[in-house]
Design a protein around this ligand. Structure first.
Ligand code: ZN
Length: 73
């Protein structure tokens, strides 16, 4: 199996071609990155949004911790 360089393998929604390349990338916020793709075959452009599941460990952990502490006391 050869699955090396491209983490997100996109296909053109218009013609279904896999011959697309990443034209532009923009970080929307901490979790979302917007990719602009261009299709080599039909010259169409389309946008995908990549959402990362990475959560900031700090905020929720602290709240949970405090909550349990209050319960015990
Ligand atoms: Zn296309």
């Amino acid at each position: 199996m050869i699955s090396v360089s491209t983490p997100h393998r996109e296909k053109c929604p218009r013609c279904g071609s896999g011959a697309v390349h990443l034209e532009w990338r923009e970080r929307v916020n901490a979790q979302e990155v917007q990719d602009l793709w261009r299709c080599w075959d039909c010259k169409d452009e389309f946008v995908t949004i990549v959402t990362s599941d990475e959560k900031e460990p700090s905020a929720t952990d602290k709240i949970t911790e405090r909550f349990f502490t209050n319960l015990l006391v």
